[in-house]
Design a protein around this ligand. Structure first.
Ligand code: ADP
Ligand code: MG
Length: 685
């Protein structure tokens, strides 16, 4: 028996194509060869258990070896082997038509080409200049065969030399791929692809430390676990087993997982796996793509995007499904109905497991909430169905660390925190330190304050406001306490227009000038007992900015300076005292200006009255220009007056002291301004 022939592909150019298009994925050759060897071993095992094997099954193992001098890598198995006819059929006739067309279509999707059309074995030509097969079939009276091919459509098929059942695949590594002729490189690859294959995979011998060096022992170096935890029944596994498997998957991770979900589905699709919730130390450091995808225990990818819902890519663990079409393109995968079903199923399982934990072991659930929160929020934000399931166990945490479900929190706060429009107002802080004063004020009022300092809280809050009825979240320092939850009608500021302007000007002369922050003054009647000056930050704008900053290429809002209100309490004695001293000290100097302004304002008023009596088209150009001139003169006078008051305010120690105290209360005073404040305070004392 000796034969030369041509490989039965329609394209003459299959080998150059394999090399060229598949180049960047070339390490998968090992996965393909080892899984063929495993398939051959399992087929034999199946035959044996069906009683169709004559002779000994023996110990089925797959060995990988290399010879750096001969530049070969050999994958050997003791599986079913191949007869000459089988080589003809399974190796020589690559069974697809229109190869060129197909390769052209998928040329950007290398993984799709391999495997999908049975190119698994041929991937060996990505790294070899010649590939040999030595095989002896299990069939009675079979002849050993030898096949050899040099990466072109010609091959040789002749009598082989193998004396024991099974197959050797011998790769003659080409000069560009010599990196694979290394123990480290092969170990790494075997660990990546073969760690959980169902047949023992052996690479060399175990070593021991002897006389100052590592030497081989007699024991095989088996690199895989043939019964990984996910292939067992949940009832066979204890907590320790799950934890041990976690460490087996991630030898570099020392943290223990929070808990896990064992997936075990056989209808309407096949899926097994274990998903772990990792402990989240730093929420910004979340690692994606830690879930490993297997097909019948063969590692396929860590890129599970499109197979599990996006928020679950934060989980760790293993999914194994022969039903996921692994060797097709990603876009196909994402639109595949089967894959969608699998994804929905996993999502539901995760929600069920969380729900069960919440209902049965609430204190444990709360203990783990800090780590769980980000998954739950992410899930709720990105998946409506998950939202509906999770809204029952989504928790909020107050500043004392107490957890509540949304329903519980509603019941708790409904009485005290409903405003006059019937809106329930949930107060929160995202920084206890800088918002401490405002928190204390809210607590004194008997309000509850939530701690929302997680990375997704600002988004979660917006979602809850849309979903929950008549409920709004307000940061505790976004308004003076009486306005945060407006109950009865607000008291009006009882100062004349002139006084109000004077008071504002008094403080405007002393506002901090910073690039990233804008300050403006407003007046409120807050009662004599409240602080004289407070600093607030409007909820809406601040939240828009926070959200914008979380986006990658932050938009318009994100780049705006932050806006702060310096709120003057017109009923506070110190504010009243300042207004009085402005009247005493500044106003006498302003009497001429004020008289002029008075006159000017009357002229403006008169001109306006005349014009507003006419229809717009009857107002002449000259009249318009006159009014413009009058109003700009009026503005100029007002400007002069407020300049005078600002000058006074800027020098008035009490103004500076009140502003700085308010800034200090919000953690906004630092550096030079803080030093100046300390100096001034000492002077005052
Ligand atoms: P696939 O594994 O998807 O069938 P491959 O190209 O990897 O495609 O292999 C082609 C065929 O060659 C296999 O189906 C099998 O019949 C045969 N084969 C490959 N390797 C072996 C082996 N080590 N032992 C026995 N048969 C093998
Ligand atoms: Mg194969």
């Amino acid at each position: 028996m000796s034969k030369q022939g041509k490989i039965g592909v329609t394209s003459e150019n299959i080998f150059p194509v394999i090399k060229k298009f598949l180049y960047s994925e070339h390490d998968i050759f090992l996965r393909e060869l080892v899984s063929n060897a495993v398939d051959a071993s399992q087929k034999l095992r199946a035959l044996a258990s069906a009683g169709e094997l004559k002779g000994e099954l023996g110990d089925l193992k797959v060995s990988i070896s290399f010879d750096a001098d001969a530049k070969t890598i050999t994958v050997s198995d003791r599986g079913i082997g191949m007869t000459a006819e089988e080589v003809e059929k399974y190796i020589n006739q690559i069974a697809f038509s229109g190869a060129e067309e197909f390769l052209d279509k998928y040329k950007d999707d290398k993984v799709a080409i391999i495997g999908h059309f049975g190119l698994g074995f041929y991937s060996s030509f990505m790294v070899s200049s010649r590939v040999e097969i030595q095989s002896l079939s299990y069939r009675e009276g079979a002849e050993p065969i030898h096949w050899s091919c040099e990466g072109n459509p010609e091959y040789i098929l002749e009598k082989g030399s193998r004396t024991e059942r099974g197959t050797d695949i011998i790769l003659h590594i080409d000069s560009e791929s010599e990196e694979f002729l290394s123990k480290d490189r092969l170990s790494t690859l075997l660990n990546k692809y073969c760690k959980f294959l169902p047949v023992p995979i052996v690479f060399g011998k175990k070593q021991e430390w002897k006389d100052g060096a590592y030497v081989d022992t007699d024991e095989d170096n088996q690199i895989n676990d043939v019964h990984p935890a996910w292939t067992k029944k949940p009832s066979e596994l204890k907590d320790e087993d799950y934890i041990a498997f976690y460490h087996q998957l991630y030898p570099q991770t020392f943290e223990e997982p929070l808990f896990w979900i064992h997936l075990n589905v056989d209808y309407p699709f096949n899926l097994t796996g274990i998903l772990y919730f990792p402990k989240v130390k730093n929420q910004m450091e979340l690692q994606r793509n830690k879930i490993q995808l297997y097909a019948n225990q063969v590692f396929v990818t860590e890129d599970v995007e499109g197979i599990v819902p996006e928020y679950l890519t934060l989980l760790h663990g293993v999914i194994d499904s022969p039903d996921i079409p692994l060797n097709v393109s990603r876009s196909y995968l994402q639109s595949d109905a089967q894959v969608k079903k699998i994804s929905n199923h996993i999502s539901k399982k995760v929600a069920d497991r969380l729900d069960e934990l919440f209902r049965n072991e609430r204190s444990l659930f709360e203990e783990k909430w800090e780590s769980l929160k980000v998954f739950v929020q992410y899930g709720m934000l990105s998946d409506e169905k998950f939202y509906d399931r999770a809204v029952k166990f989504d928790l909020v945490t107050d500043i004392d660390g107490k957890h509540f479900t949304l329903d519980e929190y509603r019941t708790l706060t409904e009485g005290e925190q409903t405003d006059k429009e019937g809106q329930l107002v949930w107060l929160y802080t995202n920084d206890r330190n800088s918002q401490y004063t405002a928190i204390e004020r809210a607590k004194a009022k008997g309000y509850s304050v939530l701690l929302l300092d997680g990375p997704l809280d600002v988004h979660a809050v917006s979602q809850l406001e849309q979903k929950l009825e008549k409920t709004r979240f307000v940061r505790v320092d976004s308004d003076p306490i009486d306005k945060l939850i407006a109950k009865d009608e607000q008291r009006a500021v009882s100062l004349s227009d002139v006084e109000q302007k004077a008071l504002k000007a008094l403080f405007e002369g002393r506002l901090p000038r910073e690039e990233k922050r804008n300050y403006s003054v407003s007046l409120e009647a807050l009662g004599a007992g409240a602080d004289a000056v407070l600093i607030t930050q409007g909820e809406f704008m601040r939240r828009m900015q926070e959200m914008a900053r979380l986006q990658p290429g932050m938009n318009f809002y994100g780049e705006l300076p932050e806006g702060y209100n310096v709120v003057l309490n017109t009923e506070h004695p110190l504010i009243q005292r300042l207004l009085a001293s402005e009247k005493e000290v500044v106003e006498p100097k302003l009497s001429t200006l004020r008289a002029e302004l008075q006159e000017q304002s009357e002229l403006v008023e008169a001109a306006r009255t005349v014009q507003s009596a006419k229809k717009p088209e009857e107002v002449s150009v000259a009249e318009r220009e006159e009014l413009d001139a009058l109003t700009s003169k009026q503005a100029e006078l007002e400007g002069k007056i407020s300049e005078e008051i600002k000058k006074f305010g800027a020098e008035e120690l009490l103004v500076g002291q009140l502003v700085d105290l308010a800034l200090l209360g919000n953690g906004l005073l630092s550096g030079e301004a803080l030093a100046a404040f300390i100096r001034r305070s000492q002077q005052l004392l």
